[in-house]
Design a protein around this ligand. Structure first.
Ligand code: ZN
Length: 329
């Protein structure tokens, strides 16, 4: 059974992390950069563990040096999204990788990304919105720079602010200043937590940063009181099962808590995170959820409605997407 044509919303995708390896390889060749060590014999990204994954990711990002590179990257990524029936995607975009946090440079990168997104909406039917993301292991001071870039460019395209990176670095409260700045600029908030960290990390992220969505959040399953709090506060989890299994945050698909969370009443959505790094895509995620947990069209429809309600876009966009999610009659 192929789910490629099911219309899908994806809320958790890192723009650079979605770069097809062949695209990054091509850019490296154009710029005469030697990053051959990050690819295996089949041309896929290769790395040993999560820390090495972050280093490989950053090495791939060294090929992305200009707004034009990001314009091409955005088109390449949205083409992949369209192949898997994605009609709406929110991607994480880091000022750290787009001009090093310089506001003027950031605006130029953003204009190029937005230009590519407008083109993809016309030609591919994929609507793309951006979530500015600070990198946790770059530290709290650097995060403020990302938050400033986010606040200055909040609007129709930049709709949210978030944080990714190594979860064991610092506590959520260390980034409160940045999240407060983004909230005051009208941005919606999400944050990675509970992928590697325990329930306390998820609880602190919700309480200290005011995140309304949590990236991953899977370790909340170990704390009944936290699950009650997540449900009461209507927090939505951006779950990326293939990523969790590939990086061994969860041992196997059968062990993945997404179905238990859903059954418990937690709002879950499905995303790919950094798909080529984890040898996955939205079609495969759907196929695995169908195979392992018996998710059917009704379950997928329910999860898409959760994603639609949790999307950070404006209501006009949401209404358009709602129409596209309606089954053909
Ligand atoms: Zn992520």
């Amino acid at each position: 059974m192929s789910f490629a044509k099911h219309p899908k919303l994806e809320l958790h995708l890192h723009l650079e992390g979605a770069a097809p390896p062949a695209f990054i390889k091509g850019l490296a060749a154009e710029k005469k950069l030697d990053i051959s060590g990050i690819f295996d014999a089949d041309g896929n990204y290769t790395y040993r563990d999560f820390d090495h994954f972050l280093k490989t990711y950053e090495a791939a990002c060294t090929t992305l040096q200009s707004p034009e590179d990001f314009r091409r990257l955005t088109l390449a990524v949205l083409e992949e999204c369209a192949k898997h029936g994605v009609i709406y995607v929110e991607s994480f975009i880091s000022p750290d990788f787009c001009g090093g946090g310089d506001l003027t440079a950031w605006r130029e990168y953003l204009a190029a990304i937005k230009d590519a997104s407008d083109e993809a909406e016309q030609t591919l039917g994929v609507t793309h919105k951006g979530i500015v993301t600070c990198i946790r292991h770059f530290g709290a001071e650097q995060a403020k720079t990302a938050a400033l870039c986010a606040a200055e460019t909040a609007g129709d395209f930049i709709v949210g602010f978030g944080m990714g990176g190594a979860e064991q670095m610092n506590r959520p409260v260390d980034y409160k200043y940045s999240f407060d700045m983004a909230r005051e600029a009208g941005l919606h908030l999400t944050c990675h937590a509970g992928e590697w960290g325990g329930p306390d990390m998820v609880r602190d992220t919700i309480r200290d940063l005011g995140a309304v969505r949590i990236g991953h959040g899977i370790n909340a399953i170990h704390d009944a009181a936290l699950l009650d709090e997540i449900i009461a506060k209507d927090v939505v989890l951006e779950v990326c099962p293939g990523s969790n299994v590939f990086l061994q945050a969860v041992k196997t698909w059968d062990d993945h808590p997404i179905e238990k969370l859903r059954q418990r009443g937690v709002k879950v959505t499905v995303s790919t995170d950094d798909p080529p790094f984890f040898l996955t895509d939205m079609t495969q995620e759907y196929e695995n959820l169908h195979r392992v947990f018996g998710w059917d069209d009704d379950t997928f429809a329910q999860v898409q409605q959760t994603a639609l309600a949790a999307a950070f876009c404006d209501d006009a966009t949401r209404a358009t997407l709602a129409k596209r999610l309606e089954p053909a009659t």
